[in-house]
Structures are given as structure tokens and as C-alpha cells.
Design a protein around this ligand. Structure first.
Ligand code: SF4
Length: 250
């Protein structure tokens, strides 16, 4: 086990990583410590990269963009879901514990298969514009939209499928079929879009049950951790009221 010591140049960090590779015979979950000298403006992503380059090439974690856009580097940072590339080490105590996001298939160490989960969600909720294929008039599809409506749709389109909201959600951890805040936000997004021909009843079919908006326990961990600051609390509350009305009418 490596222990970090203070130095003149800056803080010595201890990065404690929950390591486990389910593909590797004999691998058992364990905590491993790495000592890293903190540098100016260091993010957790940079610290992990340094560990992998200089200390331990076997350490597994995901990244692509390094700019909070791809959503790949989500992990539990001191128990709270967040993006490694958007987390500055200076905002944390010198002992930092990292673990993989719960609720997703573990690849190894800090790497989880959020892509598989998000793809299944997308197919289940059919997160694409419906009705467009029936309209051959492209002019109708691309007709102007009021700027404030476009802005409201864009606000929800900023989701990067990072999975932090799912990892922070008690419902999602208890029932694997729960669509999570990310699923509810996607339905809210398509409800807003006048180009989508699906009705409220169609949306009720998709998220009007206990695996959707009525499975939410309103603890709102999702809202607290979303790195893009999506208005999840407002959207879930609105969708719940709307779906209750559709359910009562049905
Ligand atoms: S809603 Fe926020 S936390 Fe959830 S997947 Fe999208 S960006 Fe990540």
C-alpha cells in the first residue's frame, strides 16, 4: 500500500480506488492506494491518467473528451456520482476514494458499461422523433420553431448519458427496470417537441408505471448530482402530474 506524504510543491494526494475485474479469474474486490503529487488545476481524470502512465497500467477507467461532454468518466467520488474530468482535486480532501458507478455492468475497476444501459433505454423509450418518416415534406419537418421552445428542448438535449443520475437514484438501485431521471428527461424532451407525433397516452404507456414516473421516490439525488445541471426535479414533477391526469382520464 502506498502512503502519500506532504511535500513543498503541493499536496500529496492518496487516491484510493476500488479495484475488481470480473473478467479476471481470481480477482477479488479490494481498495488500492496510489500516491499522487497534486499539480495546479489537476482534475481527477489527470490524476488517474498519471497513475496509469507512471504507476499502474492495469488501472481501468473510461474517458473520451476530457471536457464534460462525452459522459464517459462518471464514477463515485467519495461516494457521490460525478465526472472525473470536471472534478478538481483541490476541491477535495487529500484522501480521495473512487469506485465505479453502481447500477451498471462493471467492466473493471472504475469502468462501467453505461453505453449498454443507455442504448437499452433508448430502444425501450424510442427516443427519436416519431412521425417524421410519414412526412416526406422536409419543409414541414424543418419548419421554424419559437426560440423559447427550442431553448426548452435544447436544455434537455444537453444530457450526456453519463449515468450519474441513475447511480444516485434509490429507485434505480432497487429495481433494474426503472428508467431513471435520464429516461424521464428524455420523454419530457419529446413531449415538448411539436414534430413528434406521439400522444400523452403513448408517453403514459412508456413511463406511466412503477418502472417510470410513479416509481420515483422523489429523493432527487439525480437532480443534486447531474453534472449538466438539468432541471430534473421540475421535469419529473411536471411529468408526474401530467401522467396522473392521463391515467385518471384513461
Ligand atoms: S440527466 Fe444529467 S446525470 Fe443523468 S445522464 Fe443526463 S447528464 Fe448525466
Amino acid at each position: 500500500m502506498i502512503s502519500a506524504q506532504p511535500t513543498e510543491r503541493g499536496r500529496s494526494l492518496t487516491i484510493r480506488v476500488l479495484r475488481y475485474n470480473p473478467q479476471e479469474p481470481g480477482s477479488v474486490p479490494r481498495l488500492q492506494d496510489y500516491a499522487v503529487e497534486e499539480a495546479e488545476g489537476m482534475t481527477l481524470y489527470l490524476a488517474l491518467s498519471e497513475i496509469r502512465e507512471r504507476q499502474d497500467p492495469s488501472l481501468m477507467f473510461d474517458f473520451v473528451c476530457r471536457a464534460g461532454i462525452c459522459g464517459s468518466c462518471g464514477m463515485l467520488i467519495n461516494g457521490r456520482p460525478g465526472l472525473a474530468c470536471r472534478t478538481l482535486t483541490r476541491d477535495l480532501a487529500p484522501e480521495i476514494t473512487l469506485a465505479p458507478l453502481p447500477g451498471f455492468e462493471l467492466v473493471a475497476d472504475l469502468s462501467v458499461n453505461t453505453g449498454k444501459w443507455m442504448r437499452a433505454l433508448s430502444e425501450r423509450l424510442e427516443t427519436w422523433l416519431h412521425g417524421v418518416e410519414d412526412r416526406l415534406d422536409l419543409g414541414a419537418i424543418e419548419r421554424p420553431m419559437a426560440p423559447d421552445l427550442a431553448e426548452r428542448i435544447y436544455e434537455l438535449d444537453r444530457c450526456i448519458d453519463c449515468g450519474c443520475c441513475v447511480a444516485a437514484c434509490a429507485s434505480a438501485q432497487m429495481r433494474p427496470d426503472f428508467v431513471g431521471a435520464v429516461g424521464l428527461a428524455k420523454i419530457a424532451r419529446f413531449r415538448l417537441d411539436p414534430r413528434d407525433t406521439r400522444s400523452d397516452a403513448d408517453h403514459f404507456e412508456l413511463v406511466g408505471g412503477d418502472d417510470g414516473v410513479f416509481g420515483c421516490m422523489a429523493l432527487l439525488g439525480c437532480h443534486d448530482v447531474c453534472p449538466k445541471g438539468l432541471p430534473l426535479q421540475t421535469q419529473i414533477a411536471y411529468l408526474r402530474r401530467r401522467m396522473a391526469r392521463v391515467g385518471l382520464a384513461g
